[in-house]
Every structure is written in C-alpha cells, then in structure tokens.
Design a protein around this ligand. Structure first.
Ligand code: NAD
Ligand code: UD1
Length: 336
C-alpha cells in the first residue's frame, strides 16, 4: 500500500516507517521538522537500503498535503504529526488545538479531496484521565486533564464522526502507552529538539552528561515504592502495532479504538534499576516534588488489540533499556 506518514521523521513515526517498508509498503514521509531533524531521513535510508521519499511541510498546509497525496498516489495515511508536551499545552493551548486538531482536519480535508479513506491516528492513554479502575481498557471513561489530552480526544471524535458520515472510511485510533527504546541498529531513537519531558530520554541525557541528574517526581504515591507507575512499551512493538492496524483496516470499515501497551506497570525506581543493571551504568538521581498533572499509576489492558489486531508487545523492559543505551552510544560517537 502507498502510505503517507505524517510526522514520520519523529520518534514513533520513523520506527514505524521501518516496519511498514520492511513489510512491503511504499512510504512517503511528510514532516515540518519542528521536533525532528533531516538526518533521521538519512538514517532511515541507511537502515532500509533505499532512498526514503520525504516532503518537508506542515499538515495545516492543505494544498501541499493535497498535492503530496496526489503525486504519490497515497492510499492510506498514518498521522503522527503533532505536538506532545503536556506542560507546553497548558501554557499555550491554542498552539495545541491548531497543530493537533486543525492539523488533523486539514489532513482529512485533503484526504477527502483525493478519495483516500484509510487513516491511522496516534492517540494517547492520556485521553482516559484519572483512572476509575485499572488496567485501563478501551471502555474506560475518557476525561483528559490538559489541553494536549483534549486535543487527542477531539481528533478521536472527529474521526468517529467522519467514519459515521461515510461508510467507506476506515479509521484506526491507537491509544499508546509510554513508548521507549530504539531500533536495534541504534541509528534512530528518541532525540527531542529540547530538554526532554519524558523519563527515558531524560535518563539518556543524564547518562551522556548533558544533564546533571534525574529528578524523580514524587516518592509518596500509593505505588509499590512510592514512585509513579507506567506501562512502558518498546517503540518497535508500537511500530508493529501500526502494521497490524493497517492490515485490520483492509477488512474493517468504521472507526476502531485499540490500546497499544504491554499490560504491565513499572515504577520509576524499577525502570532506573533495570536500566542500570542491563547497561552497567549509574544514573544519578534526586527526589523532587510531584510534577503537576501527573497521575500515580496507569497501565493498559491490551487484550482488544490481541483479539482483533492479532498484536501484542513482544519485547521486555530490559530490551528497551538496552536499545535506548545502544542508540545513545551510537549517536554520541556520531557527534564526535
Ligand atoms: P515526535 O515529536 O518525535 O514526532 C512528531 C513529529 O511530527 C515530529 O517529527 C514533528 O516535527 C512533526 N510535526 C509536528 N507538528 C507537525 C505539523 N504541523 N506538520 C508536520 N509535521 C509536524 O513525537 P512522537 O513521540 O514520535 O509522537 C508521535 C505522535 O504520537 C504524536 O502525535 C504524539 O502526540 C503521539 N503520542 C506520543 C506518545 C509518546 O510518549 N511519545 C504517547 C502517546 C501519543
Ligand atoms: C507524559 C504526559 C502524557 C503523555 C506522555 C507521552 C505529563 C503529565 N503526561 O506521560 O500526557 O501522553 O508523556 O508523551 O507530562 N518522571 C520523573 N522524572 C522525569 C520525567 C518523568 O520522575 O524527569 C516520572 C513521571 O513522574 C512519571 C514517569 O516518570 O511517573 C513517566 O513520565 P513521562 O515519561 O513524562 O510519561 P507520563 O507522565 O506517563
């Protein structure tokens, strides 16, 4: 299938590009590089062994998306392009509604003009909000607690309505838990343009000496060891989830929601322990206060994805820690 990957130069999109290309799909990456670098496209070319088709553009530029769909004879879109910092979304909500919601509308408009009706959307477990029970399954009430989460839920609603209005639309909404790790080559991984908000890329910056220590946000949660608990999923498992979603849409119209997670929770201290153990490194850390807007604990029930998509996470936390460190060593060597 000819697939347009918006945000394909970013962390999850670039890993998914590999999974799709290796499965025989023809990929075109569309990205404005606001949180990624052009070198990712070179690395993808190295990994795949052929030049990757890349368009530098903003998804809100409907005429450019329109032209890109037409010229590349696109049959399906995987939409990763979006902003993802909760703190930034609280400080500048309009930026998030413009980029994430208006960007998705622009993309869907261009798709409609080209009769492209297969769509996979990067949503997030953040749409569930404060857990009323755990693990979160797809029936858990949605109650986002920040503009980033609202922007994701709004796009989910738009996709549901689009699918109701046109029986040919096939939309897959994937609610990711916490992606970590890197491709086994170490050539691509998570390289945010700014100081990371998320735990694993922050740890990577501490290990390579760019940041002095990790701050653990809170030690008095009601978890096993008092630190926050999350469901960390290897980014290549997540990438393969998109492949499964594209396959599923071949025979399933309408909109479909699936959690992509491992089903297991890990605390911050457990993750630090696993990382140190497998990579034989020290992670200096300090405890600091809770981060505003953080939840104590959440993890997925991923059985719907197993049942309907035939997908489940195969890689464990040790693999994620190993691959993150491998990527760090390779990118540090490249920078020398
Ligand atoms: P990322 O920032 O690494 O990748 C997003 C990519 O989209 C970047 O390359 C960026 O340059 C591009 N982009 C952003 N706005 C754009 C626009 N208007 N037009 C064109 N390109 C644009 O983030 P990621 O971690 O790979 O996340 C991908 C998607 O998954 C995002 O939509 C994010 O909200 C969602 N998601 C991420 C996580 C996570 O923890 N990483 C969790 C749940 C959901
Ligand atoms: C965060 C977002 C969430 C988003 C997800 C993926 C917040 C409040 N939530 O989720 O909406 O979907 O990223 O983009 O930002 N931690 C530390 N020190 C750090 C960083 C994190 O102790 O420097 C802790 C956190 O308190 C949390 C755990 O590590 O307990 C994971 O944090 P993080 O990687 O930021 O992910 P989430 O909080 O799950």
């Amino acid at each position: 299938m000819n697939i347009l990957i918006t945000g394909g130069a970013g962390y999850i999109g670039s890993h998914t590009a590999i999974a799709l290309a290796n499965a025989g799909h023809k990929i075109t990456i569309f990205d404005n590089l606001c949180n990624s670098k052009l070198t990712v496209i070179d690395q993808l070319t190295k990994i795949l062994g052929f030049p990757v088709n890349f368009i530098n553009g903003d998804v809100r530029n409907t005429p450019l998306v329109n032209k890109s769909l037409k010229e590349n004879e696109i049959e399906g879109v995987i939409h990763f392009a979006g902003l993802k910092s909760v703190a930034e979304s609280v400080a500048n909500p309009l930026l998030y509604y413009s980029n994430n919601v208006q960007g998705s509308i622009s993309l869907i408009e261009a798709m409609q003009q080209n009769q492209v009706k297969t769509f996979v959307f990067s949503s997030s477990a953040t749409v569930y909000g404060e857990p009323t029970y755990l693990p979160y399954d797809e029936k858990h009430p949605t109650n986002p607690i920040n503009p980033y989460g609202h922007s994701k839920l709004q796009v989910e609603t738009i996709l549901g309505d689009w699918a109701k209005s046109d029986p040919e639309v096939k939309a897959s909404i994937l609610r990711y838990f916490n992606p970590v790790g890197a491709h086994e080559s170490g050539l691509i991984g998570e390289n945010p343009n700014q100081i990371p908000n998320n735990l694993m890329p922050y740890i990577a910056k501490v290990i390579c000496g760019s940041l002095p220590n990790l701050n653990i946000y809170g030690k008095d949660y009601g978890t096993r060891d008092g630190t926050g608990e999350r469901d960390y999923i290897h980014v290549m498992d997540l990438a393969e989830g998109h492949l499964a979603a594209i396959d599923y849409l071949k025979n399933n119209h309408g909109s479909h929601i699936h959690n992509l997670g491992t089903g297991h929770g890990t605390t911050v201290l457990e993750l630090i322990e696993a990382f140190q153990e497998i990579n034989k490194v020290e992670i200096p850390y300090k405890f600091s206060g809770r981060r505003g807007g953080d939840l104590a604990s959440y993890y997925s029930d991923a059985n719907k994805a197993l049942k309907e998509l035939g997908w489940q996470a195969r890689r464990n936390l040790e693999q994620s820690c190993k691959d993150t460190y491998h990527h760090l060593l390779i990118s540090n060597n490249r920078a020398k």
